[in-house]
Design a protein around this ligand. Structure first.
Ligand code: AMP
Length: 210
């Protein structure tokens, strides 16, 4: 299956994308995680993206479209994939169509801005493998290290309250119009993102019909 997860920053799309991918045996491709890894490794792409990420702005379309084009060409994507955080603009969605990707579903995890602002302070992330945690709702087993790779968890620089506000504005002005874009094609499904991680996973799988 080829699936897109849409949702505001902090809606839980990364967590649900990872769980769904595990269940379906396909990879999750998170442009945010790829960019953060490039930043941590000091690559040229990471250097280019730094100024945008830090102020909660979007990285230019040509950079993320290039990342996706390369990643989708890898062999583990041949039976399907989940895109988490891409596309985020209408031109990115058009570029994905132009790559010949036929989507099975586009899921939008729906959470209000008030709920998101409350959630973001508790988010922790593994800078090495990209796994997300939350101190209250999805803690790591020992509270401080990634369950998957043992790396010490960090707070994302772009989870500071002022930056989250900018990211929410960008989401509403630039990314949310994608809901209309995919509703017109007929594969948009809305998932209520309020509840426990297990409840939302259940709704997600139901929305996918698996
Ligand atoms: P995320 O982990 O998906 O919240 O992404 C973190 C940050 O990476 C975003 O705030 C953007 O600066 C950048 N980013 C990730 N995906 C994209 C995308 N598809 N288009 C533009 N910027 C992106």
């Amino acid at each position: 299956m080829k699936i897109i997860f849409l949702g505001a920053p902090g809606a839980g799309k990364g967590t649900q994308a990872d769980r769904t991918a595990l269940r379906l045996g396909i990879p999750t491709i998170s442009t945010g995680a790829i960019i953060r890894a490039a930043l941590a490794n000091g690559t040229e792409m990471g250097q280019k993206a730094k100024q945008f990420i830090e102020r909660g702005a979007l990285v230019p379309d040509d950079v993320v479209i290039g990342i996706i084009r390369e990643r989708l060409a890898e062999s583990d994507c041949k039976d399907g994939f989940i895109l988490d955080g891409f596309p985020r603009t209408v031109p990115q969605a058009i570029a994905l169509d132009a790559m010949g990707v036929k989507l099975d579903a586009v899921l939008s995890i729906e959470v209000s801005d008030e709920e998101i602002l409350g959630r973001m302070t508790g988010r922790r992330v593994c800078a090495k493998c990209g796994t997300s945690y939350h101190i209250a709702t999805l803690p790591a087993k020992d509270g401080v290290h990634c369950d998957k790779c043992g790396t010490e968890l960090t707070v994302r620089a772009d989870d500071a309250p002022e930056v989250v506000k900018s990211r929410l504005e960008v989401y509403h002005s630039t990314t949310e119009p994608l809901k209309d874009y995919y509703a017109k094609v007929g594969n948009l499904r809305l998932v209520d993102g309020i509840g426990t991680v297990d409840e939302i996973s259940e709704r997600t799988l139901k929305a996918l019909g698996v």
